[in-house]
Design a protein around this ligand. Structure first.
Ligand code: CMC
Length: 424
């Protein structure tokens, strides 16, 4: 066999030819490798999925060594320059960019699903005044499944599309309601005349006593680009949670609540909040060498640095740096930027970071922009979850339509007692 792997099992002396396709072998092909007939067969052990592909996907391509990110083949910087977030959401879900008519329909369908049931609003109001908005978001998304029992119909294409409109439409509304609750401010309902991002900013910031609010167009555009950069990132922890829960045929709200929960962690989407807390803690440029020392002694992580896949500059971080300049022209320079730039400079010239290929990731600069735009730190991960919804839903739908996929159920290597008995 030309494209194959020859394996010799030195336990038995037997040889096997394992087909190689797409530069990979099927883990199930290892199962035939046994010492005896009653043997279970060879397993591959891969904690944290360091070298295991769990699916075939045509959504997002990353080349971590070259720092490349493409959605459906389109380079991320081109999408960021030429498209709106909702166009990119359409691309992720449908596989192609929309034509004018398709885009108008798509925008209409999402816009007309931005409203939430009054009970969702009441439910959010019952959280404590200082509830973390990610906790509120996870709970509210899960609660949506109780409002839409039709969402269980996951094999029906029309039903799936309806839930996709609802989820993409309602995420900014829930996020803004959670924010207003934390501020003790009355909620602002969605306005169907506004664009997706403009509507979100209006629901966030419109003063209760003012009849109108106009979001700054530069900040609106910057947030829209940030939404594009965060829309998908192939098989990260939250996409994996979405696929895993979705593989049990749970409805998409329940699956997305799980994905949002995975995003909340500080090693994933919660990192943007942690970067800002770290920069606040550092406080001035002269403290940077001390932090770098602590990181090198493994006493702490440099938040916003490193990535499982990128071993080069995260292409999203490069685009974000440029957006930061445009935003700071409107809002004034974020005082923490100098500390961030100094950290980056010191880290990128230090052998510890160079040898481990640790570069700034998407979260290193995004928080500085969010803060300059007036978002409080604990809402940063929510700003990640809003656009990632389109990516999660694309991953979920692809998983459901893939005939090779089944309920996700990893194996384990059991290390506990074989058998023992209660001695009484
Ligand atoms: N600061 C200091 N050392 C680090 C860092 C960091 N941020 N990240 C990785 N390392 C070290 C790590 O200690 C390890 O060293 P050694 O080889 O001596 O044991 C080496 O680099 C390899 O790291 P790893 O932990 O095996 O890498 P991973 O692929 O398991 O983890 C990561 C990836 C993103 C979780 C990790 O880099 C990290 O914790 N970064 C900080 C949190 C962060 O910024 N997360 C946002 C990720 S991007 C947004 C998203 O998609 O969620």
């Amino acid at each position: 066999m030309a494209d194959s792997l020859s394996i010799k099992d030195n336990r038995t002396g037997k040889s096997y030819e394992i087909p190689v396709q797409d530069d990979s072998i099927r883990a199930m092909d290892l199962r035939q490798i046994k010492v005896s007939d009653s043997d279970f067969g060879l397993l591959s052990y891969d904690p944290a999925f360091m070298n295991t592909a769990s699916c075939k996907s045509s959504i997002t391509f990353i080349d971590g060594d070259k720092g490349i990110l493409r959605y459906r083949g389109y380079p991320i910087d081109e999408l960021a320059r030429k498209c709106e977030y909702l166009e990119v959401a359409y691309l992720l879900i449908h596989g192609e960019l929309p034509n004018k008519k398709q885009y108008e329909e798509w925008k209409h369908n999402i816009t007309f699903h931005t409203m939430v049931h009054e009970n969702v609003k009441k439910f959010l109001e019952e959280f404590r005044y200082d509830a973390h908005p990610m906790g509120m978001l996870v709970s509210a998304i899960a609660a949506l499944s109780t409002f839409y029992p039709d969402a269980k119909n996951i094999t029906d294409e029309n039903s799936r599309m309806l839930q996709i409109y609802r989820l993409i439409g309602k995420m900014p509304t829930i996020a803004a309601f959670a924010y207003r609750h934390s501020q003790g401010m009355a909620t602002v309902y969605p306005n169907n005349d506004l664009s997706y991002t403009e509507n979100f900013l209006t629901m966030m910031y419109k003063p209760p006593a003012s009849p109108t609010y106009e979001a700054n167009p530069i900040l609106t555009k910057a947030l829209d680009v940030l939404f594009i950069l965060h829309a998908d990132h192939e098989q990260n922890a939250s996409a994996n949670a979405m696929r895993s829960v979705g593989s049990t045929h749970a409805d998409p709200y329940t699956s997305e609540a799980a994905a949002t929960a995975a995003l909340y962690g500080p090693l994933h989407g919660g990192a943007n909040e942690e970067v800002l807390r770290m920069l606040e803690e550092i406080g001035s440029k002269d403290k940077v060498p001390e932090i770098i020392r602590q990181v090198k002694e493994k006493k702490r992580l440099l938040m916003g640095f490193g990535h499982r896949v990128y071993k080069n500059y995260d292409p999203r971080a490069e685009i974000i740096k440029k957006i930061a300049d445009q935003v700071f022209e409107v809002t004034g320079r974020n005082r923490l930027l100098d500390i961030a730039l100094e950290l980056e400079k010191v880290a990128l010239s230090d052998d510890y970071f160079i040898s481990k290929h640790l570069y700034p990731n998407v979260d290193f600069y995004s928080g500085l922009i969010y803060q300059a735009m007036g978002f409080p730190m604990d809402i940063f991960p929510v700003l990640f979850a809003i656009p990632r919804t389109s990516g999660w839903l694309a991953q979920w739908q692809e998983m459901l339509l893939d005939p090779e996929q089944k309920i996700a159920r990893p194996r384990q290597i059991y290390t506990g007692y074989r058998e023992r008995h209660v001695s009484k």
